[in-house]
Design a protein around this ligand. Sequence first.
Ligand code: B16
Ligand code: MG
Length: 217
Amino acid sequence: MSKKGFIFDLDGVIVDTAKYHFLAWKNLANSIGVDFTEMQNEQLKGVSRADSLNKILAWGNKNISEDVFKALMNRKNDDYLNYIEKMDASEILVDVPRVLDFLNDQAQPIALGSASKNARIILQKVKLLKKFNAIVDGNDVNKAKPDPEVFLIGAQLLNIKPAFCIVFEDSVAGVQAANSAQMISIGIGDKEILNEADYVFKDFSEITNDFLKELLK
Ligand code: B16
Ligand code: MG
Protein backbone atom coordinates (compact mmCIF):
# COMPACT_ATOMS: atom_id res chain seq x y z
CA MET A 1 0.00 0.00 0.00
CA SER A 2 1.48 3.32 -1.05
CA LYS A 3 1.37 6.67 0.75
CA LYS A 4 -1.03 9.20 -0.72
CA GLY A 5 -1.90 12.70 0.44
CA PHE A 6 -5.55 13.26 1.32
CA ILE A 7 -6.72 16.89 1.28
CA PHE A 8 -10.14 17.90 2.58
CA ASP A 9 -12.03 21.13 2.00
CA LEU A 10 -13.90 22.26 5.13
CA ASP A 11 -17.22 23.97 4.41
CA GLY A 12 -19.58 21.55 2.65
CA VAL A 13 -17.22 18.59 3.05
CA ILE A 14 -16.51 18.22 6.78
CA VAL A 15 -19.17 20.52 8.21
CA ASP A 16 -22.03 22.57 6.77
CA THR A 17 -20.98 26.09 7.73
CA ALA A 18 -22.65 27.48 4.57
CA LYS A 19 -25.85 27.97 6.59
CA TYR A 20 -23.99 30.23 9.07
CA HIS A 21 -22.23 32.14 6.28
CA PHE A 22 -25.70 32.63 4.77
CA LEU A 23 -27.20 34.06 7.98
CA ALA A 24 -24.24 36.37 8.59
CA TRP A 25 -24.07 37.63 4.97
CA LYS A 26 -27.86 38.10 4.90
CA ASN A 27 -27.78 40.20 8.10
CA LEU A 28 -24.99 42.30 6.65
CA ALA A 29 -26.47 42.70 3.14
CA ASN A 30 -29.90 43.64 4.51
CA SER A 31 -28.33 46.18 6.89
CA ILE A 32 -26.95 48.08 3.87
CA GLY A 33 -30.19 47.73 1.91
CA VAL A 34 -29.19 44.81 -0.33
CA ASP A 35 -31.34 41.67 -0.80
CA PHE A 36 -29.59 38.35 -0.30
CA THR A 37 -31.05 34.96 -1.21
CA GLU A 38 -30.01 31.32 -0.69
CA MET A 39 -29.38 31.14 -4.45
CA GLN A 40 -26.86 33.96 -4.16
CA ASN A 41 -25.29 32.24 -1.15
CA GLU A 42 -24.62 29.22 -3.41
CA GLN A 43 -22.37 31.45 -5.50
CA LEU A 44 -20.28 32.33 -2.46
CA LYS A 45 -19.32 28.72 -1.63
CA GLY A 46 -15.54 28.35 -1.62
CA VAL A 47 -15.16 32.08 -2.38
CA SER A 48 -12.99 34.19 -0.03
CA ARG A 49 -14.50 36.69 2.42
CA ALA A 50 -13.37 39.77 0.47
CA ASP A 51 -14.52 38.36 -2.88
CA SER A 52 -17.88 37.44 -1.31
CA LEU A 53 -18.42 41.02 -0.10
CA ASN A 54 -17.43 42.37 -3.52
CA LYS A 55 -20.09 40.16 -5.14
CA ILE A 56 -22.77 41.30 -2.69
CA LEU A 57 -21.88 44.97 -3.31
CA ALA A 58 -22.04 44.39 -7.07
CA TRP A 59 -25.47 42.69 -6.77
CA GLY A 60 -26.72 45.73 -4.80
CA ASN A 61 -24.97 48.30 -7.01
CA LYS A 62 -23.16 49.72 -3.98
CA ASN A 63 -19.93 51.68 -4.00
CA ILE A 64 -18.16 52.09 -0.66
CA SER A 65 -14.80 53.31 0.64
CA GLU A 66 -11.98 50.97 1.62
CA ASP A 67 -12.54 51.75 5.31
CA VAL A 68 -16.23 50.90 5.16
CA PHE A 69 -15.35 47.72 3.22
CA LYS A 70 -13.04 46.61 6.03
CA ALA A 71 -15.64 47.48 8.68
CA LEU A 72 -18.31 45.44 6.86
CA MET A 73 -15.98 42.43 6.54
CA ASN A 74 -15.27 42.60 10.27
CA ARG A 75 -18.94 42.94 11.12
CA LYS A 76 -19.84 39.91 9.00
CA ASN A 77 -17.07 37.86 10.57
CA ASP A 78 -18.03 38.82 14.15
CA ASP A 79 -21.59 37.75 13.41
CA TYR A 80 -20.36 34.48 11.80
CA LEU A 81 -18.12 33.77 14.80
CA ASN A 82 -21.16 34.07 17.07
CA TYR A 83 -22.88 31.33 15.07
CA ILE A 84 -19.90 28.96 15.01
CA GLU A 85 -19.27 29.52 18.72
CA LYS A 86 -22.17 27.10 19.33
CA MET A 87 -20.91 24.36 16.98
CA ASP A 88 -20.04 20.91 18.28
CA ALA A 89 -19.23 17.42 16.95
CA SER A 90 -22.91 16.77 16.13
CA GLU A 91 -22.43 19.09 13.11
CA ILE A 92 -19.81 16.90 11.43
CA LEU A 93 -21.23 15.65 8.11
CA VAL A 94 -22.20 12.00 7.71
CA ASP A 95 -19.40 9.39 7.74
CA VAL A 96 -16.57 11.96 7.79
CA PRO A 97 -15.19 10.51 11.08
CA ARG A 98 -15.16 6.98 9.60
CA VAL A 99 -13.17 8.11 6.56
CA LEU A 100 -10.70 10.17 8.64
CA ASP A 101 -10.23 7.29 11.10
CA PHE A 102 -9.73 4.78 8.27
CA LEU A 103 -7.03 6.98 6.70
CA ASN A 104 -5.41 7.63 10.09
CA ASP A 105 -5.37 3.85 10.74
CA GLN A 106 -3.67 3.30 7.36
CA ALA A 107 -1.07 5.97 8.34
CA GLN A 108 -2.09 8.09 5.36
CA PRO A 109 -1.25 11.81 5.70
CA ILE A 110 -4.24 14.15 5.83
CA ALA A 111 -4.43 17.92 5.25
CA LEU A 112 -7.14 20.54 5.33
CA GLY A 113 -7.33 22.85 2.31
CA SER A 114 -9.91 25.55 3.00
CA ALA A 115 -10.53 29.16 1.93
CA SER A 116 -11.78 29.99 5.43
CA LYS A 117 -9.70 32.03 7.85
CA ASN A 118 -11.75 30.44 10.64
CA ALA A 119 -10.88 26.83 9.74
CA ARG A 120 -8.82 26.08 12.85
CA ILE A 121 -11.48 27.39 15.25
CA ILE A 122 -14.13 25.29 13.50
CA LEU A 123 -12.02 22.10 13.58
CA GLN A 124 -11.37 22.74 17.27
CA LYS A 125 -15.08 23.24 17.97
CA VAL A 126 -16.03 19.94 16.31
CA LYS A 127 -13.01 18.20 17.86
CA LEU A 128 -11.35 17.09 14.60
CA LEU A 129 -8.19 19.21 14.69
CA LYS A 130 -5.99 16.30 15.87
CA LYS A 131 -6.95 14.14 12.88
CA PHE A 132 -5.07 16.45 10.49
CA ASN A 133 -1.33 16.38 9.83
CA ALA A 134 -1.42 19.81 8.17
CA ILE A 135 -3.81 22.74 7.94
CA VAL A 136 -3.87 25.19 5.03
CA ASP A 137 -6.52 27.87 5.35
CA GLY A 138 -7.41 31.36 4.16
CA ASN A 139 -4.56 32.83 6.21
CA ASP A 140 -1.93 30.88 4.25
CA VAL A 141 -2.85 31.60 0.64
CA ASN A 142 -2.55 34.56 -1.71
CA LYS A 143 -4.64 33.15 -4.53
CA ALA A 144 -8.17 31.85 -4.05
CA LYS A 145 -9.60 28.65 -5.60
CA PRO A 146 -9.78 27.85 -8.57
CA ASP A 147 -6.08 28.65 -8.23
CA PRO A 148 -4.39 25.44 -7.02
CA GLU A 149 -2.22 27.24 -4.41
CA VAL A 150 -4.13 26.02 -1.34
CA PHE A 151 -3.81 22.35 -2.37
CA LEU A 152 -0.20 22.64 -3.58
CA ILE A 153 0.81 24.04 -0.17
CA GLY A 154 -1.09 21.15 1.44
CA ALA A 155 0.83 18.60 -0.66
CA GLN A 156 4.10 20.29 0.23
CA LEU A 157 3.32 20.22 3.96
CA LEU A 158 2.42 16.54 3.72
CA ASN A 159 5.58 15.93 1.69
CA ILE A 160 3.62 14.11 -1.02
CA LYS A 161 3.87 14.88 -4.75
CA PRO A 162 0.68 16.55 -6.14
CA ALA A 163 0.07 13.63 -8.52
CA PHE A 164 -0.30 11.37 -5.45
CA CYS A 165 -2.81 13.63 -3.71
CA ILE A 166 -6.57 13.22 -3.54
CA VAL A 167 -8.84 16.20 -2.88
CA PHE A 168 -12.39 16.14 -1.47
CA GLU A 169 -14.31 19.26 -2.54
CA ASP A 170 -17.91 20.48 -2.70
CA SER A 171 -17.36 23.59 -4.85
CA VAL A 172 -16.80 23.87 -8.59
CA ALA A 173 -13.88 26.27 -8.01
CA GLY A 174 -12.33 23.75 -5.58
CA VAL A 175 -12.65 20.87 -8.05
CA GLN A 176 -11.01 23.05 -10.71
CA ALA A 177 -8.22 23.93 -8.26
CA ALA A 178 -7.58 20.23 -7.57
CA ASN A 179 -7.58 19.42 -11.29
CA SER A 180 -5.11 22.17 -12.11
CA ALA A 181 -2.88 20.93 -9.27
CA GLN A 182 -2.87 17.56 -11.18
CA MET A 183 -4.52 15.86 -8.18
CA ILE A 184 -7.38 13.37 -8.15
CA SER A 185 -10.57 15.34 -7.51
CA ILE A 186 -13.47 13.85 -5.60
CA GLY A 187 -16.62 15.97 -5.67
CA ILE A 188 -18.98 15.82 -2.69
CA GLY A 189 -22.45 16.86 -3.83
CA ASP A 190 -24.33 17.00 -7.11
CA LYS A 191 -22.95 15.07 -10.15
CA GLU A 192 -24.35 17.62 -12.60
CA ILE A 193 -22.75 20.58 -10.83
CA LEU A 194 -19.41 18.92 -10.06
CA ASN A 195 -19.08 17.29 -13.49
CA GLU A 196 -15.40 18.26 -13.82
CA ALA A 197 -14.43 16.01 -10.87
CA ASP A 198 -12.81 12.58 -11.38
CA TYR A 199 -15.41 11.03 -9.06
CA VAL A 200 -18.56 12.45 -7.46
CA PHE A 201 -20.40 11.16 -4.39
CA LYS A 202 -23.51 12.58 -2.75
CA ASP A 203 -21.77 12.41 0.65
CA PHE A 204 -19.20 10.28 2.50
CA SER A 205 -21.72 7.49 3.21
CA GLU A 206 -21.24 6.56 -0.47
CA ILE A 207 -17.44 6.38 -0.10
CA THR A 208 -16.63 2.86 1.07
CA ASN A 209 -13.41 1.71 2.73
CA ASP A 210 -12.90 -0.51 -0.35
CA PHE A 211 -12.98 2.56 -2.59
CA LEU A 212 -10.41 4.27 -0.32
CA LYS A 213 -8.23 1.11 -0.50
CA GLU A 214 -8.38 1.30 -4.31
CA LEU A 215 -7.06 4.89 -4.12
CA LEU A 216 -4.11 3.64 -2.07
CA LYS A 217 -2.93 1.20 -4.76
P1 B16 B 1 -14.08 32.96 6.19
P2 B16 B 1 -14.20 26.29 2.30
C1 B16 B 1 -15.09 28.83 2.44
O1 B16 B 1 -14.77 27.62 3.06
C2 B16 B 1 -16.61 28.99 2.36
O2 B16 B 1 -17.16 28.01 1.49
C3 B16 B 1 -16.95 30.36 1.82
O3 B16 B 1 -18.35 30.52 1.77
C4 B16 B 1 -16.31 31.42 2.72
O4 B16 B 1 -16.59 32.74 2.24
C5 B16 B 1 -14.80 31.18 2.76
O5 B16 B 1 -14.54 29.88 3.25
C6 B16 B 1 -14.08 32.19 3.66
O6 B16 B 1 -14.48 32.00 4.97
O7 B16 B 1 -14.91 34.20 6.10
O8 B16 B 1 -14.39 32.11 7.41
O9 B16 B 1 -12.60 33.24 6.06
O10 B16 B 1 -15.34 25.71 1.53
O11 B16 B 1 -13.03 26.71 1.41
O12 B16 B 1 -13.77 25.43 3.46
MG1 MG C 1 -16.35 23.99 0.46
